[in-house]
Design a binder for this molecule. Structure first.
Ligand code: NAD
Ligand code: UDP
Length: 313
């Protein structure tokens, strides 16, 4: 099996490369390193692994056959995509278009990494795949949300009109080793702050909710979806929902130390609630998360502890 992973030097992409290599795939990792890092793949010494530094908004051609394309390339942290608004729109639009074109040419199966952000600031909770969402197209987060919504639309168009075999996952907040400690997302922020004894920055009053999925569960769900025959979007996430204030208290309780919780301004359009309905993933893929929050956080804290002690970014 010859398999492309775009965004393969990022957090989720690199973990997916590991899983695919374990399953016997030949893996071509394509990444322009805008938010990823070759450190995430430096442990891979397999002859079945190749890294190509390439921006997927530019076309790419392969002579050989390709069986699967996992398209994960995109800035994913709100801080990253607010700093890289045009790149984010381009990778969602042109990057997805180029990878769909490659899939069509090669007869490969195409997989889009979409997001719970397509639901925007959801008016229903939990979110089912049938919910169309509540997105502000012109707000600062629109660059990511609309790029992913467009990516879903063009994926379904290639599926319907060009008969490309496609899959779409809607990933809910996922955390674990290889997240960048300074990527601005809540897990690296809170853990990094607690490990350094700094204040924990809760945005708003902390009553907004999120549901956190450990990375090994997420990539297992992604793999199962790719190998299934279901072509409509599927939520993959952990339905255990916490307020962000509770989440800060859990992390503080696990790490201890002298940090205190401080409240900062809530970012514009920050969703008030987010929790996946995973009925489809359970029914169609036999998938449900296995790693509890405390266990996942213990692994993640250990990883960030190493990073902080060795002051690697
Ligand atoms: P990440 O920033 O660690 O990884 C993204 C990777 O894509 C990086 O390595 C980056 O360098 C690469 N990339 C970006 N633009 C590119 C381009 N034009 N050409 C080539 N490579 C490019 O983020 P992540 O958390 O691993 O997210 C991976 C995917 O999963 C993204 O598509 C993201 O939208 C999606 N997702 C992640 C989460 C999550 O909680 N982690 C939630 C929802 C969706
Ligand atoms: N958040 C926070 N403090 C931080 C970073 C994030 O309170 O230092 C909040 C953020 O406002 C949001 C939630 O944590 O409500 C999750 O944020 P993240 O950036 O991880 O991802 P999102 O789910 O918003 O895409």
């Amino acid at each position: 099996m010859k398999t492309i992973v775009t965004g393969g030097a990022g957090f989720l992409g690199s973990q997916l490369c590991d899983l695919l290599l374990e399953k016997g795939h030949e893996v071509i990792c394509i990444d322009n390193l805008v938010t990823g890092n070759t450190r995430n793949i430096e442990h891979i010494h397999s002859e079945r692994f190749t890294f190509l530094k390439h921006d997927v908004t530019k076309p790419i051609y392969f002579g050989d056959k390709i069986d699967y394309i996992f398209h994960l390339a995109s800035p994913a942290s709100p801080v990253d995509y607010l700093e890289l608004p045009i790149q984010t729109l381009k990778v969602g639009a042109l990057g997805t278009y180029n990878m769909l074109g490659l899939a069509k040419e090669k007869g490969a199966r195409f997989f889009l990494a979409s997001t719970s952000e397509v639901y925007g600031d959801p008016l229903v909770n939990p979110q089912t795949e049938e919910y169309w969402g509540n997105v502000n197209p012109i707000g600062p987060r629109g660059v990511y949300d609309e790029a992913k919504r467009y990516a879903e639309a063009i994926t379904m168009a290639y599926h319907r009109y060009h008969k490309v075999d496609t899959r779409i996952v809607r990933i809910f907040n996922t955390y674990g080793p290889r997240m960048r400690i300074n990527d601005g997302r809540v897990v690296p922020n809170f853990i990094g702050q607690a490990l350094r004894g700094e204040d924990i920055t809760v945005y708003g009053d902390g009553s907004q909710t999120r549901s956190f999925c450990y990375v090994s569960d997420e990539v297992e769900g992604i793999y199962r979806l790719m190998m299934s025959d279901y072509t409509l979007p599927v939520n993959i996430g952990n339905p255990e929902e916490h307020t962000i204030l509770e989440f800060a208290q859990i992390i503080l309780g696990m790490i201890g130390g002298r940090s205190k919780i401080v409240f900062k301004e809530l970012p514009v359009d920050d969703p008030k609630q987010r929790r996946p309905d995973i009925g489809k993933a359970m029914g169609l893929l036999g998938w449900e998360p296995k790693v509890g929050l405390e266990e996942g956080l213990r692994e993640t804290i250990e990883y960030f502890n190493y990073i902080v002690r060795n002051s690697r970014q």
